[in-house]
Each structure stands twice: as C-alpha cells, then as structure tokens.
Design a protein around this ligand. Structure first.
Ligand SMILES: *Cc1c(COP(=O)(O)O)cnc(C)c1O
Length: 331
C-alpha cells in the first residue's frame, strides 16, 4: 500500500460486553492490552478492512464507497461467528478517526491519501477452539503515498504452486489468516525478483484467481474487460468499480468468468486492483518457466483510461456515479 508516511495521533476503540457493542471512543494509546489467551493470537479470529480518505480540490475530505466495506466486514464477521457491527458504530468510528486526524489527510494533488484500517479481533481468555466471548473493533489510519513513486508503470508477476485460500475456505473475506498464508509465496516471488505472485484457483491450478492481495482483471484483444469468477477470491470494491467504469464510462463489454492461465494470450492488457494497489498494470506473468508479456509491456491504453477515471473520481476531478463518494463533515 505505498508507504506509510507517518503515524497519526488518534484511533477509535469499541468493545463488546455480553455480546453487545459499546459506543466506543477515541484514544491516543497505540497499544492494546488484551489477554494472552485471546483467540486472535492463537486461532486467528480476526479480520480487517481497508479504505481511504481523499482530499479533493475544493478541500472536501471524502471516502470511496464505504458502504461496501460495511457490508463486507459483516460478511466476514458472520464467517468468523463474531458479532456484526452496527452501521452507526462502523461509520462513526471511521468518521471520528478521520476528523480527529484531519491534519494528516494529505493535500490534494500529491496522489496521496489517508489509509484507514478498521479491524475486529476476538479477545479475552479462550483456550478452546471456539468463538470468543469478547471482541474489539478498532480503527486507525496513516497517510500513504502513491503506490508508484515514478507514476504508473507495469510490473512483473509469477504464478505460485501455493494457495492463499481454499476453494470453500475464507478467501472471500478479509480474515487475518489468509494473509499469513500468503507471506511465504510472496517471499519466494520477491526473492526471485518479481513484484508479487499470481494465485491460481486452489482446486485445479488452471485458472487465475488473484494477484497477491489485489484482484486480477484483463482486457482481451477485442476490448472486453474480464475478471475471474471464483469462490476463493476477495470480492474487491475496486474491481467492481472498474467493471462499472469500463461499461458505463468507456462503453466496453465486461465479463466475470474463468481466466485460464494456459489461455493467457487472449489478453493484451492486465492489471491488479485494490484500494491499496489502486490499479497496478501487469507487464508480464511467468508460469512454469514461460513468460507471457501483455502487449508491448508498457501501460496499456484501456488500463490507463480506467486508472485516470478511478483516480479522478477519488479526488473529485471526474464526476462519480451516484452514491460512490461520501463526504466527511469536518466541522
Ligand atoms: C482487500 C483485498 C483486495 C482488494 O479489495 P478492495 O475492496 O478493492 O480494496 C483484493 N484481494 C485481497 C486478497 C484483499 O485482501
């Protein structure tokens, strides 16, 4: 996610008591003191979200589609048998944190933003493998730079024989353990000089699933924007938005379907997408020793257009579809 530029002063914490969330409050304490027997330490009952606040030209501070993060965190909590977050608490925590740290929201025009990290963990003494009795919901934030220091450039990726998630596992939710499972394949790819890994579908290893902690999308030779259909990928809000922009702003056809790695040459452009990655163009994918390059290896025209639209919407320079941008009232 680019680089964290600095730490911020305020974070928000809410705790459950008897299965019910309290109202929560801001704190300046960066440390959390919880019991050593907490579920999150041993059995990974924890999950997170990621979204950004952007400062627009007119000085407004906005969030991009936070309603989708709200839906997704509760889907994750259901999967972890943890109590759902009430809508009011979810948004209040984010709004309060952005307001309290408003001086750390980067200025318009630098390609920077305030990355916001909500998370929920199961906490309190719990030695058996069962859901926690108690939970913490917290939100902290950090200003982050652009992913690419030198502007948009295409990167090299390699497929891996490892899986980040199982076919009917927890790949669809932002559960902590998925990312622990991804560290080793990531390490191998980095060591070999690649920007990251391409995960294949865990059942057959024949179809593209994801790009590290970002979703995959590609453009066919006849300009159809394609993204994988799979039960083991995280449903990216950025991806959903890109498909919408391709269809409604660029007039392109879109498809959510299988992307066979052996048929990779059907694509002339490819990219990774996510809140952190925004759009990362993929230069080439190496699979079983063979390197396939997309187009001339430079950033393709459709990816460039989608990037400009998406970033333009974040910063208010392109008109957003209804309901995508939520302003935070600072005063
Ligand atoms: C968060 C995440 C994404 C991107 O999702 P966005 O909603 O676009 O930020 C993609 N893949 C994985 C595995 C993720 O954790």
């Amino acid at each position: 996610m680019g680089y964290a530029l600095k730490e911020t002063k305020y974070r928000f914490r809410a705790w459950t008591k008897d299965g019910k969330w309290d109202t929560g409050s801001l704190t300046t304490d960066k440390n959390i003191t919880i019991h050593e027997g907490s579920n999150v330490f041993h059995y990974g009952q924890g999950l997170f979200e990621g979204l950004k606040a952007y400062k627009q030209k007119n000085g407004k501070i906005v969030l991009f589609r936070p309603d989708m993060n709200f839906i997704r965190i509760n889907q994750g909590l259901d999967r972890l048998v943890a109590p759902r977050l009430p809508e009011k608490l979810f948004f209040e925590a984010i709004t309060e944190v952005v307001k309290a740290n408003k001086d750390d929201v980067p200025e318009y025009g630098k390609g920077q933003s305030l990355y916001i990290r909500p998370f929920v963990i199961g906490q309190g003494m719990n030695l058996g493998v069962k859901p926690s009795d108690d939970y913490l919901y917290s939100v902290f934030c950090a200003p982050v730079g652009t992913y690419f220091k030198g502007g948009l450039s295409a990167l090299e990726f390699i497929t891996t024989d490892y899986d980040r998630a199982a076919t009917n596992g927890t790949g669809q939710v932002k559960v902590a353990g998925n990312y622990a499972a991804s560290l080793y394949p990531r390490h191998l790819a980095k060591d070999a000089g690649y920007a990251g890994v391409i995960y294949l579908d865990p059942a057959t290893h024949s179809k593209i699933d994801e790009v590290g902690a970002a979703n995959f999308f590609a453009v066919t030779h006849d300009n159809v924007v394609v993204t994988p259909k799979s039960s083991s990928i995280l449903p990216s809000i950025t991806r959903k938005s890109i498909l919408y922009l391709a269809e409604h702003y660029l007039g392109l056809k879109t498809e959510e379907r299988e992307c066979f790695i052996d048929n990779i040459s059907e694509f002339k452009e490819a990219g990774a997408c996510g809140t952190a990655a925004i759009i990362t163009p993929i230069k080439a994918i190496t699979h079983k020793g063979l390197r396939y390059q997309f187009g001339d290896g430079e950033v393709g025209p459709t990816i460039k257009k989608l990037y400009d639209l998406l970033v333009g919407i974040y910063y208010g320079d392109v008109e957003a579809p209804e309901g995508w941008i939520k302003e935070i009232n600072i005063d």
